[in-house]
Design a protein around this ligand. Structure first.
Ligand code: BEZ
Length: 210
């Protein structure tokens, strides 16, 4: 059965380009981004891994550890790494899990037989410091992901976990946020003095993160 938001991210130990990784211990108190791609030496995947490597300062700033996965071996990952740097100008700077026996792919339901019964799809899991799944996404093999959007979601998730706020459509850091509906107006006033009431159920306040 597929994983749902709020489920505990299945723990595993697997080989990677940075040696064996025991997921929960490796994550520690950090946020995690676990993403699968179908296969090494393929064009879209090459661009994606370079894009993720280029964003290293952004992952670090948010305390996010990034972990890629495909069903290929560590030796294949290492052989491919040079191409990723050649093509994108960014060397791999995060571990790539090898999953030739599809153990992790099975735990995270990353094989979709209607797409391809042996290759992982482009799955994304954002994992919180509590090891719970905060976001799942599945993209087709032919569509490279937008990792800026994943940073945006993580910015929203991190505000929601630290403050009683949600974020509106197309929100970007620095823009007003929404006071969660579970707060009464008195509670909202104590936490967000001067909040704006757009509708009784829609109250806005400045971004609590400076
Ligand atoms: C790619 O990464 O380019 C790719 C992988 C599997 C199927 C189609 C495209």
């Amino acid at each position: 059965m597929s994983l749902r938001l709020g489920d505990t991210a299945p723990d595993f130990t697997a080989e990677s380009t940075a040696g064996p990784i025991h997921l929960h211990a490796w994550l520690g108190e950090s946020w995690g981004l676990l993403f699968s791609h179908p296969k090494d030496f393929t064009p879209v995947c090459t661009t994606e891994l370079g894009a993720v490597a280029a964003l290293k300062p952004e992952w670090d700033r948010r305390g996010v550890k990034v972990l890629g996965l495909s069903v290929d071996s560590v030796a294949e990952h290492r052989a491919w790494a040079g191409d990723i740097e050649d093509v994108t100008g960014h060397a791999l700077n995060f571990p790539l899990l090898a999953d030739p026996d599809r153990v992790v792919a099975g735990l995270y339901d990353m094989i979709h037989p209607n797409a391809n019964d042996t290759l992982t799809v482009r799955s994304v899991f954002v994992i919180g410091p509590d090891k719970k799944i905060k976001l799942t996404l599945t993209y087709p093999a032919s569509t490279g992901r937008n990792f800026d959007e994943l940073l945006r979601v993580i910015d929203s998730l991190q505000r929601t976990s630290a403050h009683k706020v949600a974020t509106p459509a197309d929100w970007r850091p620095g823009q007003p946020v929404i006071v969660v509906p579970s707060l009464t107006d008195d509670q909202a006033q104590a936490l967000f003095p001067g909040f704006e009431t757009v509708k009784p159920y829609l109250r806005r306040t400045p971004d609590p993160v400076g």
